[in-house]
Ligand binder design. Structure first.
Ligand SMILES: C[S@@+](CC[C@H](N)C(=O)[O-])C[C@H]1O[C@@H](n2cnc3c(N)ncnc32)[C@H](O)[C@@H]1O
Length: 302
């Protein structure tokens, strides 16, 4: 597991700059968010506290509030401008309902998934749509495990290494520098979840293909989304007009039915927080973990 780590300052700045226009182009993010919410409907869960991790502009926060009207909502994002946007969008979406007695008033926190500003065992549901691919998997899953209550649930999507494969290949005809973000594969993600001792991790992947008239339109969308290259080892290489012309030419090899495809490999995952005894065992690190059959049976099926 040795992908270059995203540069945190760049991630925060890039997504912060994207906050105002993000919703105009977040097509994939809406689709995977809806799919995650649908998967949540298969679980009987009455969470007291729900964390939307990497809340972005807050679309899912509003949907989570509708789904769990009694839950306390916590919204965390590394980009403060995203938090601001999420708060304003939430207020607009809830309209007058937010003035009702007992209306949910989310708590908004600027923070890093790798160092969550939350207490141990304080969250029943962590919902993270397309956030964790910007994080170190080991550190972020360990943090999620720390804040999840026993029997709490983590539901997330992330991106796999086949994401933007066409763009990566097109850039390879310019130079050998990394111009497109690198993403961990499902096995690395699964390993990190196991290491964090999240219980019963389940992962699957799905391929989505967005289409564009031109490769410039794709690159413009990536910029508007705040998803331009933020790997810490990124090197500039050639990025001028000539380089972009070469990329555009090379990308043409993928044109199909008049359009250019952009592949996204989406990793869907869920896991449960450990049982208290399980967490205790972790702290004791006595090399042996015992979980009673009752506890295993107590888990809800997805
Ligand atoms: C692709 S957007 C997804 C936003 C939202 N979850 C959605 O479904 O539209 C990724 C979000 O994760 C945030 N993010 C990236 N790295 C983060 C980190 N280490 N900790 C917290 N948030 C992070 C970004 O600022 C951005 O708002």
């Amino acid at each position: 597991m040795n992908n270059p780590l995203p540069n945190k300052k760049l991630v925060a700045r890039s997504f912060g700059n994207a906050a105002a226009q993000y919703d105009d182009v977040a097509v994939l993010q809406r689709q995977t968010g809806d799919e995650l919410l649908e998967r949540l409907s298969l679980v009987t869960l009455q969470p007291e506290t729900v964390l939307d991790l990497g809340v972005g502009t807050g679309r899912n926060l509003t949907l989570l509030a509708k789904k769990y009207p009694k839950a306390k909502l916590v919204a965390v994002d590394i980009a403060t401008d995203m938090i601001r946007q999420a708060r304003s969008n939430y207020q607009q979406a809830r309209g007058l309902k937010r003035w009702l007695p007992n209306a949910t008033k989310p708590m908004y926190l600027a923070g890093d998934a790798e160092n969550l500003p939350l207490a141990d065992n304080s969250v029943d549901l962590v919902f993270a749509n397309l956030t964790l691919q910007w994080c170190d998997p080991r550190t972020s899953f360990a943090e999620i495990q720390r804040v999840l209550r026993p029997n709490g649930l983590l539901m997330f999507t992330s991106l796999g290494p086949d994401t933007l494969t066409e763009l990566r290949q097109a850039w390879a005809s310019v130079d050998n520098y990394s111009h497109v973000n690198m993403f961990y594969d499902m096995h690395d993600v699964g390993e990190a979840m196991m290491e964090a001792r999240l219980a019963e991790p389940v992962l699957d992947t799905d391929i989505y293909t967005l289409t564009y008239e031109t490769s410039m339109a794709l690159m413009k969308d990536l910029k508007v989304l705040g998803a331009s290259n933020v790997n810490s080892d990124r090197r500039r290489g050639l990025t001028g007009k000539r380089a972009l012309e070469i990329v555009a030419q090379s990308y043409e090899q993928f044109r199909n039915d008049g359009l250019l495809p952009a592949t996204y490999e989406v990793v869907y995952g869920h896991a449960w927080g450990g049982q208290p005894q399980f967490k205790q065992a972790q702290q004791n690190s006595d090399g042996e973990v015992r979980i009673s059959v009752n506890q295993i049976k107590g888990r809800k099926a997805l």
